[in-house]
Design a protein around this ligand. Structure first.
Ligand code: F6P
Length: 503
């Protein structure tokens, strides 16, 4: 299948009204917002401040049918081999109970093992454990970092430090905050070969040794889809928590990669996180496309990326607890859909993933929003907020946070004319708002699952495979070559940098 600009050109003939004027239609708000009833509370998805209208939706539904979205969704959710280039399924939903029967049973079994270890730690089987030093990178770090930062703020059962960067300064900084005698090290790596993680793990082990910890290896837990490699590295089998090869790195927070989350907030809370995601899986599997939050989210993404030509999309969390969400979404969306060929290997001549970026509100308002309101780039903006605050301070804080969030969406859409052009706002700038009742394990699980499915729908609509990431290999190979072969020659620019750094 080849996707051509002509596929999106069909939208060109359609009338594009100002978003504000679309509200002249009585049911606009009802038709372009979705209220989902999730275990952690309701999540309200408001897409009414986008240019999507019924005419465009009809075209999207036609394209979705042509792309086989219903069938592809069924394949994903039943554990078929949707990751064709690697000949395997993408079974993150099996971790939450939906998928191939054997895979769901295996996930349950592995979760039980993980639970036993988590409860043993809480029960004192490893002595007093106050800290977990979680070492991983990419999908093996971003998920734990996001979820613990969001949910582990109030009296966590254990303090977790996530270290990903190979820059020794990151590890050193973490050491300074940790007591080696009460620290457990979690090495998280799907492959158990990632250079940065293995080097950080070796240095962490050395730190335990140097600090006089009696049995440093006895303090290491491995979270991996390559258990043999973890055992070879020196981790005792009983402390290796495996997960299936079919769970992609950026989709792995639901597997044993979520171990530090469970240690920090407790097993029951981790289980609620899984249940929240399961509820979103059900919604994605069953809701009609026009009432389906991930599908509608993807339609909006595609409209702006393919038809309007927006190269980026911005996500602003108006909640400190979600401050790491933009970084998490960068990997989820850009590593999944930053591709140049269809899943059949045919070059694409349309843009694939827009560049995801963002920040936290209200801070971002005072830094980057000028461009959003008056710059020449038009890009879709996404706001996230929670009805319930994550603190006990004066309610004025939350009131201000939410009013600012809602005011930005309103201002982007309405704009304001002025004779002085420097003070004039065109408006008609699109935004989506996602309003959660609260941020808790179940609602966060549902929210992350929403983004996973939306990413998948984007991929299906573009005909690409979101589950491989061959593009990251070349740089790794070159770095390896530089590390291992001092005589190897590179291009003149790179060669000079190597010489200047005395590598
Ligand atoms: O280089 C990219 C990547 O392969 C990501 O897809 C993955 O999440 C990350 O590296 C870490 O890989 P691993 O979990 O195997 O250490």
């Amino acid at each position: 299948m080849t996707i051509t600009p002509a596929d999106w050109g069909r939208f060109a003939g359609a009338e594009v009204m100002r978003i504000e004027n679309l509200f002249a239609e009585a049911d606009r708000l009802k038709d372009f917002s979705i209220l989902t009833d999730m275990p952690g509370g309701e999540i309200y998805f408001d897409l009414s401040k986008t240019h999507l209208d019924h005419g465009k939706l009809d075209l999207f539904i036609e394209l979705a049918d042509a792309r086989g979205l219903t069938d592809m969704r069924a394949q994903l959710l039943s554990g078929e081999k949707v990751n064709r280039s690697e000949g395997r399924a993408a079974e993150h939903t099996a971790q939450r109970g939906m998928g191939n029967e054997d895979s769901v049973a295996l996930a349950k079994h592995l979760h039980d093992r993980m639970r036993a270890l988590v409860e043993a730690i809480h029960g004192g089987a490893f002595g007093e454990i106050k800290h977990v030093l979680h070492i991983g990178i990419g999908g093996s770090a971003l998920g734990p970092d996001l979820v613990i930062d969001a949910l582990g703020r109030e009296e966590p059962l254990c303090n977790v430090e996530v270290v990903s960067n190979v820059d020794g300064a990151a590890l050193e900084e973490a050491f300074a905050r940790l007591d080696p005698q009460t620290t457990l090290i979690a090495i998280a790596s799907k492959t158990f070969t990632t250079t940065e993680t293995m080097l950080n793990a070796a240095s962490a082990l050395q730190w335990l040794e140097q600090e006089g910890v009696e049995d440093p290896y006895g303090r290491v837990v491995a979270l991996t889809a390559s258990p043999d490699k973890a055992v070879e590295w020196g981790v005792d089998q009983s402390r290796v928590l495996p997960f299936s090869e079919t769970v992609g790195g950026r989709y792995s927070i639901w597997s044993s990669i979520g171990f530090p989350v469970a240690v920090a907030i407790g097993w029951n809370e981790f289980d609620a996180f899984l249940r929240g995601a399961a509820a979103m899986d059900k919604h994605f599997a069953e809701a009609d496309f026009t009432r389906n939050a991930p599908v509608m989210g993807a339609f909006a993404d595609l409209y702006y990326a393919q038809v309007v030509g927006a190269q980026t999309r911005a996500v602003f969390a108006y909640d400190e607890r979600l401050r790491l969400l933009p970084s998490y979404l960068q990997q989820l969306e850009m590593e999944s859909n930053g591709k140049s060929v269809t899943r059949d290997g045919v070059p694409l001549n349309v843009p694939t993933s827009p560049i995801t970026w963002g920040g936290v509100g209200t801070d971002a308002q005072h830094a980057v929003f000028q461009l959003l309101h008056q710059g020449t780039h038009v890009l879709p903006v996404e706001f996230l907020a929670s009805k319930t605050p994550g603190h006990d301070l004066d309610p004025a804080h939350h009131q201000n946070l939410l009013t600012n969030c809602f005011a930005q969406g309103a201002a982007l859409m309405a704009g304001r004319g002025s004779d002085d052009l420097a003070r004039s706002y065109d408006g008609d700038r699109p935004s989506i708002t996602i309003l959660l009742d609260d941020i808790n394990p179940a609602s966060l699980g549902a929210l992350i699952a929403f983004y996973e499915h939306r990413t998948f729908v984007n991929a299906v609509m573009l005909g690409i495979n979101p589950f491989d990431q061959f593009g990251v290999e070349l740089g790794k190979e070159i770095a390896k070559a530089m590390n291992s072969d001092a005589d190897m020659k590179f291009d003149p620019s790179t060669q000079k940098l190597i010489e200047l750094s005395a590598l």
